[in-house]
Write a protein that binds this ligand. Structure first.
Ligand code: PGA
Length: 241
């Protein structure tokens, strides 16, 4: 059985006091076993988060370039140097606001793997694509173009754009069917692949996803900012709640 992977994406939504408060609360709780717990803090707080018990570190993005003259960017090797094991690439907020194309996302994922990081490649359709009945083919194209020329050992996060931060999660059936399609699309390329769901995951709906066929874990935004809520989501993933 695949170990569930639960990733907290804190985006740019927490300050140092918030990180310290999360850490004190999280570290006072029983350690999690049987689940891979990962936190992606804002980059300046990576060193603060490295003290979280039983938690692996994740970057929120990475440069598609190697080290050099790229002001403001973070190289994959640097994330690796400060203890990251994972990095999110191609989150829909970056695709939308920073103009990240599938080709750029593929380059970022490649850089991540070359530095020994596991890329978490985000894909997902906007609402008008779903309304037009084209979600499956849109996501399939995104997945195939964003995961070009990679090695084994990657994570795909299926995050429908309309579900992110909206309070309107996809149904477990919608997620399951998309996850199975993603696995089919990549079956002849990668054997070591986990597909996780993101988009308005909360403590009260998370079990529906983690028990759904094809769903190997979760990418959690808003509900990961509180240690209690994130701990409850991780506990639900292993049926310990
Ligand atoms: P959300 O964000 O859980 O707040 O919807 C998920 C994400 O953007 O990764």
């Amino acid at each position: 059985m695949i170990t569930p992977l639960i990733i907290a994406n804190w985006k740019m939504a927490i300050d140092k006091n918030g990180v310290e408060a999360f850490k004190a609360d999280w570290n006072s709780r029983p350690p999690m076993t049987g689940v891979d717990v990962v936190v992606a803090p804002p980059a300046p707080y990576l060193s603060v988060v490295s003290g979280l018990t039983g938690v692996s570190l994740c970057g929120q993005t990475v440069s598609e370039n190697d080290m050099g003259a790229h002001t403001g960017e973070i190289a994959a090797a640097m994330l690796s140097d400060v203890g990251c094991q994972y990095v999110i690439v191609g989150h829909s907020e970056r695709r939308q606001h920073q103009g990240e194309t599938n080709a750029i996302v593929a380059q970022k994922a490649k850089r991540a793997q070359l530095a020994g990081l596991t890329p978490v490649v985000c894909v997902g359709e906007p609402s008008h694509i779903r309304a037009a009945g084209k979600a499956a083919s849109y996501v399939r194209d995104q997945v195939l173009s964003s995961c070009d020329d990679l090695s084994d050992g990657l994570v795909i996060a299926y995050e429908p754009v309309w579900a992110i931060g909206s309070g309107e999660a996809a149904s477990a059936d919608v997620a399951s069917s998309m996850h199975l399609d993603i696995k089919t699309a990549l079956a002849d390329r990668y054997a070591d692949l986990r597909v996780i769901y993101g988009g308005s995951v909360k403590p009260d709906n998370c079990a529906a996803f983690t028990t759904a066929e094809g769903v190997d874990g979760l990418l959690v935004g808003g509900a990961s900012l509180s240690a209690e809520s994130f701990w409850n989501i991780c506990a639900a993933a292993i049926g310990a709640e």
